[in-house]
Design a protein around this ligand. Sequence first.
Ligand code: ACO
Length: 426
Amino acid sequence: MGDSITITDDRTGKTVTVLIEADNTIASTALRHLDPELRVYDPSFVSTASCASAVTYVDGDAGILRYRGYPIEVLAERSDFLEVALLLLTGELPGPAALAEWRQEIVVHTYVHENVKHFMQQFHHDAHPMGMLVSTVAALSTFYPDAKQIFDEEVRHKQIVRLIAKMPTLAAFAHRFSVGMPFVYPDNDLSYTTNFLSMMWKVAEPRYAAHPVLARALDVLFILHADHEQNCSTTAMRTVASAHADPYSATAAAAAALYGPRHGGANEEVIRMLDDIGSVDAVPGFVERVKRGDGRLMGFGHRVYKNYDPRARLIKRTADEVFAVVGSNPLLDIALALEEAALADDYFVERKLYPNVDFYSGLIYQAMGFPLEMFTVLFAIPRTVGWLAHWVELLGDADQRIARPRQRYIGAGERPYIPVGERNRA
Ligand code: ACO
């Protein structure tokens, strides 16, 4: 027998011995042997593993991130986004023929039904593109009712292809709508990222020529954002999917979670924060305010990483490449000064707060011309792949039942009902 933990219920003297698995987890079901009504109280899953997953490995203390066993640094250097997408979904790096077939499948599914376009054109003129994306992804389920057949592998694959292929189209349409520009249809001769840039920026030229450095930078950013194990939005995806909802509805739920400023909305918040700080001189004062509990240093801290987020390291390098083409972002100096001040300050050191993926990504997006409101959308495009990889994994996991956490009830006991006219309240 390997390592174990023995728990004694001091009320009854009953004892249970639980095996500690190689990945440092214990089965909570063991507690039922002591008392079937005993619950583990773990708000926000700080110490709870909600599933077994083979998709992504994160070691937050060591600053390690691997997709299907491959270090993120190697993938960002040697692969492109669609190749990484197939790796995340299938577990293996594809051979040349499989990769070519995959690219072709994606290319032929980039168009959306004309009614999807009309649907998007009905939003209020200043609708946030992320709100548009969340709603439109949910609406896709009405266009593809076959998606409900979640245990038919062929049908499932088709929805995966559709979602990954159409996400950039919906994202670009949301932007074009918000600036009052006509929608640009996909160009099937272009790569995933150059096609997206074309749908974003094309005006009257016959073909939009994306700068190769910028297209590659975006591709690297997409790789870095493709998955991050059981984060808030992936947990939302798994929770909704555990009820056997169709993948469009589940992806919309995941995207809604990503929209929050504590999650995918943080890159937008970073830019607002740097704007508010305004100058390098104002950095020390800002840091002191954060330490007093007046706001947070956005783009810093992570539930899992208690070390430098490896994605932030790679993003810093990508930022240099982008700035060499488009000129530096004036907010960069403030960001660098802020990072330096925080990393030298006991408050941040003691709490192991380091830059996360969002600290520099917004600066790159801004330098590339993306409006602030598009930042979370830029995150949602690649993260769709991660959500879908977890969706497939969940559906194939015999241990997974409908997600249904228990609670600690802290409300009132049974109370007598008083008719409205007799209530002694205003
Ligand atoms: N600035 C200042 N203090 C912070 C920050 C921050 N960014 N993050 C955490 N802290 C402090 C907390 O106040 C707390 O201090 P205390 O122990 O004195 O009360 C301590 O560090 C622990 O913080 P928690 O909130 O318990 O950490 P948690 O794991 O719940 O939160 C989170 C993680 C949400 C990412 C948090 O660090 C945060 O709000 N960061 C800013 C937002 C951000 O950048 N989000 C992007 C995350 S990456 C992603 O989603 C892609």
